[in-house]
Design a protein. Structure first.
Length: 345
C-alpha cells in the first residue's frame, strides 16, 4: 500500500474514532462540524478516552509514551513498560501486543518509537539511554551507538530518566533524530540536545550532527518530536506542577541552519552556537474542552501528561496530528488521544 493511501486510511479512521467527542449528538446533523480553534494555526478536532484503564490480552493498555504510523495503516503505540501495541486506525482498539526487552531479557523504559520503512521498530530506552532495532515480533536486530556525553552518569553527563524521549525519521528516512528530555550536566538548564544518526545501509545508523534546542522554561522538557516532509519538526514541550497541572505546548522548529554541537562540551548560551529556531503553534491549555474532564487539577480539563505524537496525514492544507497522554497507570491520570489539525504556514 502506498504511503499516501496509508495516511488517508489512518486519517479517516481516526476521524471516525474521535468524532463523538468533538461533536456529540450533533454528529448526526448535516451541518458542518465547527472549527475548535486552539490558536490561529491549530484546532482540536476531537479526543478519545476509550482506552483509559483497559487491558488487552492480560496487558494493561496505558503508560503510552509514543505513537508511530505503520506502513500497513495501523498505529503502533509504545508503553514505557515495554509493551508495543498495534491499534486499529478506526476504533483505536488494540489488535496485537508484543513485549520488548533488552539483550538480557530485562524490561525497558521505552519512550521513543519509529516504524522504519522495512517494518522494523526503532525504540529508545531512557535508562542508558539506548536505541534498539526490533523486528515486528520483538526480536532485537541491532543497537545504535550513542555518543558518550549523552549516556547516563557516571558514563556520561545525562541524568537517568531524562534522556531519549522523542524519536523521528527525517530527510526522506535517511536521518534518525532523538531528542533528549532535559539538559546534560554542564549545559544551561532548558537547553536540550537533539542527536542525529545517518543511515549506512542494512538498517544500520551512525552518529551524525547534534543540535541545541531551548525550551520556553527550564522546568519544561521535550517528550516528543515529529519530522515534517520539508525538514522542519513538530516539537512538544511539557511540564507538571503539583496542584496546578500540566503545561503542554506545540512548536514548529527548524534544525536546518542550527550549529552542530557534537563537539561543544558545554552549552551555556555562547554566541557561536545557533540553536534550533522555533515558533509556538499553540499551548494545549487554550484548546476548547469539548466536554473533557480531569481527575486532578489542570489549567484546562482537557490536559493530561501528553507524551506521544504522530503525523497521520494532511488534509486541506493542514497536518493531521494525533497525540496521546501517558497515564502512568495512575488513577488520577487518563490515557487520552487528541486529534489536531495543524497549519505550518
Amino acid at each position: 500500500m502506498r504511503l499516501r493511501n496509508v495516511l488517508a486510511t489512518v486519517t479517516a479512521g481516526l476521524a471516525a474514532a474521535t468524532c463523538l467527542s468533538a461533536a456529540g449528538p450533533a454528529a448526526a446533523s448535516a451541518e458542518p462540524a465547527p472549527v475548535h480553534a486552539c490558536s490561529p494555526t491549530v484546532s482540536l478536532d476531537g479526543f478519545s478516552d476509550a482506552l483509559d484503564k483497559t487491558t488487552f490480552q492480560g496487558t494493561f493498555v496505558g503508560n503510552l509514551s509514543a505513537l508511530a504510523l505503520d506502513r500497513h495503516g495501523s498505529l503502533a503505540a509504545l508503553s514505557d513498560r515495554s509493551s508495543l501495541f498495534d491499534l486499529d486506525a478506526r476504533t483505536l482498539a488494540p489488535r496485537k501486543v508484543v513485549q520488548l526487552a533488552d539483550e538480557n531479557g530485562a524490561a525497558l523504559d521505552s519512550e521513543g518509537l519509529v516504524v522504519d520503512r522495512d517494518g522494523t521498530r526503532l525504540v529508545t530506552s531512557e535508562t542508558e539511554p539506548s536505541i534498539r532495532r526490533y523486528s515486528a515480533d520483538g526480536r532485537i536486530l541491532d543497537r545504535l551507538p550513542v555518543p558518550a556525553s549523552l549516556q547516563v552518569a557516571p558514563a556520561g553527563r545525562a541524568t537517568s530518566n531524562q534522556t531519549f524521549e522523542g524519536l523521528t525519521l527525517l530527510d526522506g528516512g535517511r536521518t534518525l533524530l532523538a531528542s533528549m528530555e532535559y539538559a546534560l550536566s554542564g549545559d544551561t538548564a532548558g537547553t536540550v540536545r537533539f542527536q542525529t544518526w545517518r543511515r549506512t545501509g542494512g538498517g544500520h545508523f551512525r552518529p551524525a550532527a547534534q543540535y541545541a534546542y531551548r525550551t520556553d522554561d527550564p522546568i519544561l522538557g521535550v517528550p516528543e518530536v515529529q519530522a515534517l516532509p520539508d525538514g522542519r519538526l513538530l516539537v512538544l514541550e511539557r511540564g507538571f506542577t503539583a496542584g496546578v497541572g500540566n503545561t503542554v505546548r506545540l512548536f514548529l522548529a527548524d534544525p536546518r541552519h542550527a550549529t552542530d554541537t557534537s563537539r561543544v562540551t558545554n552549552l551555556t548560551g555562547q554566541s557561536g552556537v545557533r540553536p534550533i529556531r522555533k515558533t509556538l503553534l499553540t499551548d494545549i491549555a487554550t484548546c476548547p474542552t469539548l466536554g473533557a474532564t480531569a481527575k486532578q487539577p489542570q489549567p484546562n480539563p482537557l490536559l493530561d501528561n501528553i507524551e506521544g505524537m504522530v503525523v497521520t496525514g494532511r488534509s486541506k492544507g493542514a497536518y493531521q496530528v494525533l497525540l496521546v497522554s501517558d497515564d502512568n497507570q495512575n488513577a488520577a491520570q487518563t490515557t487520552r488521544f487528541y486529534r489536531l489539525s495543524v497549519r505550518t504556514r
